[in-house]
Design a protein around this ligand. Structure first.
Ligand code: RFL
Ligand code: PHB
Length: 389
């Protein structure tokens, strides 16, 4: 078997890369460890930057997002009894789109099925060979049989625990990051959202977030200590804790309902450098993780794929190597900016177990600055709607 580009992972990064390459006439194969239903069952991101939404439209997969997604012109921060609305449109001239990662994944899966491009689900023990030379290949096990595909390039879009980064040469790979001593417990319910926009709340009991997927489906999160297990949280306990952390008027509008999904996500900041090793490229969570407080992870993955697909198309169609040579630096510049923003939002809005009174006062002062200064709010808004690609 042979292909031009072997893609590992059928999350949003891998599926979007495959989609753009297929539309450019470049043959590609996606190898995914799980089956498609498992991939679709993961409830993750909810917020798309304006630039991400434009990117999906540009590549012909924005129709359902435009019909069903919810454009949001702002969001609110609640901070120890105070409330602040961040007017994204007024301050940064753009809005975001609330449209679930699951829906984007479904749209991309359908487009791929219609195009006839190959995807192998249930590919076990994926391994990458020869990417430091001219003839890389990927091997995997499928129903007990070992298979191999030769290719020109390998793109690892296989998330934080994937094989791509693990295969990178230790001498070149640098890894930076920190884990936070807490996670987010998330619940998805069929009930109208508490508010028409998102609300991020800091409270002495911990952070809480009111988000949504549609006018009838809500997504809520509460900060929990690291190691906490979702099965130890009944729906009643979750909603009780959530309401205690929200401003009274919002808490009253929360409609508890049986959870459709409940899970704990650990919080971490992480960057791997560089994002290219010979003929192996990393994209999305395979290369970097942000804590979800800034709503950046999926957007970074789509941005990486934008740069990487342009670079591969220029190389494969025209023999132009400048794009693939510049990919890592270009993607990382955008990644570090989002890392800083996500780290700052996480610090401001969460309760740290070892927080000193001095650190608490610094956060109070930071929130006061946001209340007092339009420039401070504008900087926040610009980061939230995202840097142009
Ligand atoms: P994914 O989605 O993890 O997909 C990787 C795929 O690779 C497969 N895989 C392998 N396949 C073959 N062989 C192997 N050895 C493999 N190892 C792994 C996996 O099965 C999987 O299918 O990575 P990708 O495509 O880079 O996408 C990244 C996003 O999923 C992620 O950044 C976002 O979900 C982060 N995120 C958010 N991002 C936003 O932009 N806005 C948000 O509002 C937002 N909210 C969130 C989030 C992430 C969260 N969690 C659960 C971490 C909220 C939460 C709670
Ligand atoms: C979500 O709806 O899942 C969501 C929204 C905003 C975030 C993180 C997650 O910052």
């Amino acid at each position: 078997m042979r292909t031009q580009v072997a893609i590992i992972g059928a999350g949003p990064a891998g599926l979007f890369l495959g989609h753009v390459l297929t539309r450019a006439g470049i043959d590609n194969v996606i190898l995914e460890r799980r089956d498609a239903s498992r991939v679709l069952a993961r409830i993750r991101a909810g917020v798309l930057e304006a630039g991400s939404a434009d990117l999906l439209r540009k590549h012909g997969i924005g129709a359902r997002m435009d019909a069903e997604g919810l454009p949001h012109d702002g969001f609110s921060l609640a901070f120890g009894g105070r409330r602040l609305r961040v007017d994204l449109r007024g301050l940064a001239g753009a809005s975001v789109v609330v449209y679930g990662q699951t829906e984007i994944t479904r749209d991309l899966m359908e487009a791929r099925a219609a195009s006839g491009a190959r995807t192998v689900y249930g590919a076990e023990d994926v391994a990458i060979e020869g990417f430091e030379g001219d003839a890389p290949a990927v091997t995997w096990r499928e129903g007990g049989v070992v298979r191999r595909i030769g290719c020109d390039y390998v793109c690892a879009c296989d998330g934080f625990h994937g094989v791509g980064r693990a295969s990178a040469p230790r001498a070149t790979l640098r890894e930076h990051g920190r884990a936070y001593p807490f996670g987010w417990l998330g619940v998805l319910v069929d009930a109208p959202p508490a508010d028409h926009e998102l609300l991020y709340a800091r409270h002495e009991r911990g952070f809480a977030l009111c988000s949504m997927r549609s006018a009838t489906r809500s997504r809520y999160y509460v900060q929990v200590p690291e190691g906490e297990r979702a099965q130890d949280w009944s729906d009643a306990r979750f909603f009780d804790e959530l309401r205690r952390r929200l401003p009274d008027d919002v808490a009253e509008r929360v409609t508890p309902a049986p959870s459709l999904e409940k899970s704990v996500a650990p919080l971490r900041s992480f960057v791997a450098e560089p994002m290219r090793f010979g003929r192996l490229f990393l994209a999305g969570d395979a290369a970097h993780i942000v804590p979800p407080t800034g709503a950046k992870g999926l957007n970074l993955a789509l941005g990486d794929v934008h740069y990487l697909s342009e670079a591969l198309i220029a190389r494969i169609r025209d023999g132009d190597e400048t794009g693939i040579d510049g990919y890592s630096a270009k993607a990382l510049a955008r990644v570090w900016r989002a890392e800083r923003f996500s780290w700052r939002m996480t610090g401001l809005m969460h309760e740290f177990p070892d927080e000193t009174p001095f650190e608490r006062r610094m956060k109070d002062a930071e929130f006061a600055e946001l209340e007092a200064s339009r420039a401070a709010r504008a900087a926040l808004a610009e980061n939230y709607v995202g840097a142009p690609l």
